[in-house]
Ligand binder design. Structure first.
Ligand code: PLP
Length: 433
């Protein structure tokens, strides 16, 4: 333990690791937001996790409200997940052949998800959310024989080339690449429309509907703030896809198993044709999946002509960890998380400090202003400077939040009111003194 966390952090070892990392890993990190550029300072090197607590290389202790960006809904090192991993480790780490664990996880998923969302009939596993999205898009294109894909400004779907786009200059136009290294031709088939804009959505379908393979959306947009959408807007996307013969893909890499077991599809009672999963589905191991209609999946290799593969896909360790965590996700667990998050948001909003908390189940996000933004361009950029200071204040008080004000926070089931009160007290001290 840092002897007096309210004064400052000890960062000796973290800083030393970061210096070494910068010499051999670009920017010192394996995923850009980890570099703390959005909040300043240098990243902390984590060493150990226990329940809802994180310990860094200098033995500072934090309550973890990032949870590895969402996967750890049951916290660090849940005994059931560890037991499943140990059991599997005693037998093998990987086979590259079919194995029982992938059948068990697939059966568990379909038997629990199909009653909630009837279109979830088949599932295939990948090793990341990005891969799941990339594969779902290819499958949609193969099934429909169409090239174009519609996405929303403010939704993130991993680093799939064709989806790394910023909104075009006019509404309903093809987007331009948002990253160097993506040729413009790769995004020519990507149509970008703003969230929460019925007119732009309708116009895009009117113009491109006949050529659209799919519309893809984070039904709970949680990568650029928490831009909760109106149910009618999501229903409108569903009906336009059906009308124009395009598939609807829900990217539930964050919302899947987080806003209830059935994710956003069950929450909003809207059945997408395909769904992508990641994060929670792997129990802390690298797993992604795409799932959906059996007739669409009939097109996937080896049954059909759409190729998709992975050396470590369906890896038995990852399957075992995923299944163990998913089996813990009871209605009581969701009720516990929901209650804690409601408590946090209600208390925070009652501060009347100019900032508010948007939340859905156990996802929360702090924003400046009176009304929760529903579009990417409604987020106040200036508020990010305040968030950077808040982030540091939280670290110094033993609270770990995501190192960017555009990122959401997550609760985990080992938390109780004590952890929520600690976060609230830390936020209150920052915003009211
Ligand atoms: N889709 C969504 C909604 C995500 O939030 C993410 C990652 O944060 C991805 C896709 C990509 O997943 P991964 O980072 O596992 O490739």
């Amino acid at each position: 333990m840092n002897p007096d966390p309210s004064v400052s952090l000890v960062e000796t070892r973290s800083r030393a690791f970061y210096e070494r990392a910068k010499a051999v890993i670009p920017g010192g990190v394996n995923s850009p937001v980890r570099a703390f550029r959005a909040v300043g300072g240098t990243p902390l090197y984590m060493e150990r996790g226990e329940g809802c607590r994180l310990y860094d290389a200098d033995q500072n202790e934090f309550i973890d409200f990032c949870n590895s960006w969402g996967p750890l809904i049951t916290g660090h090192r849940h005994p059931a997940v560890l037991a499943a991993l140990q059991d599997q480790m005693a037998r093998a780490l990987t086979f590259g052949t079919p194995c029982e664990q992938e059948v068990l996880l697939a059966e568990f998923l379909i038997s629990n998800l199909k009653p909630l969302t009837p279109t979830i009939e088949r599932v295939r596993f990948t090793s990341s959310g990005t891969e799941a999205v990339m594969s779902a898009l290819r499958l949609a294109r193969g099934f429909t024989g169409r090239a174009k894909v519609l996405k929303f400004d403010g939704s993130y779907h991993g680093h799939v080339d064709s989806l790394l786009v910023k909104a075009g200059s006019g509404l309903a136009t093809a987007g331009a690449p948002d990253s160097a290294g993506v040729p413009p031709e790769y995004t020519d088939h990507t149509i970008v429309v703003p969230l929460d804009d019925d007119e732009a959505l309708t116009a895009a379908f009117r113009k491109h509907g006949a050529n659209l393979a799919a519309a893809i959306i984070e039904p709970v947009p949680a990568n650029n703030g928490l831009l909760l959408q109106r149910r009618e807007f999501l229903e409108r996307i569903r009906s336009l896809c059906t009308e124009h013969g395009a598939l609807l893909i829900f990217d539930e890499v964050i919302s899947g198993f987080r806003v209830g077991f059935g994710g956003a599809a069950a929450h909003y009672k809207i059945a997408p044709d395909l769904v992508t999963y990641g994060k929670i589905i792997g129990g802390g191991m690298p797993v992604g999946a795409f799932a959906g209609r059996a007739d669409v999946f009939a097109m996937l290799a080896p049954d059909g002509p759409v190729y998709q593969a992975g050396t470590l896909s369906g890896n038995p360790l990852a399957m075992a960890a995923g299944l163990a965590q998913l089996q813990l996700l009871t209605p009581a667990l969701y009720a516990h998380l929901d209650r804690l998050c409601r408590l946090l948001a209600d208390d925070f909003d009652a501060l009347n400090c100019g900032w508010r908390m948007q939340r859905l189940h156990s996802i929360f996000w702090l924003y400046e202003g009176a009304e929760p933004p529903r579009r990417a361009d409604a987020i106040r950029r200036e508020s990010m400077q305040t968030y950077a200071k808040l982030h540091r204040h939280c670290l110094e008080n033993g609270v770990y939040l995501a190192p960017s004000g555009y990122e959401v926070g997550f609760l985990s089931s080992p938390m109780d009111e004590a952890e929520i009160r600690r976060l609230f007290a830390t936020l209150r001290a920052f915003f009211t003194t």
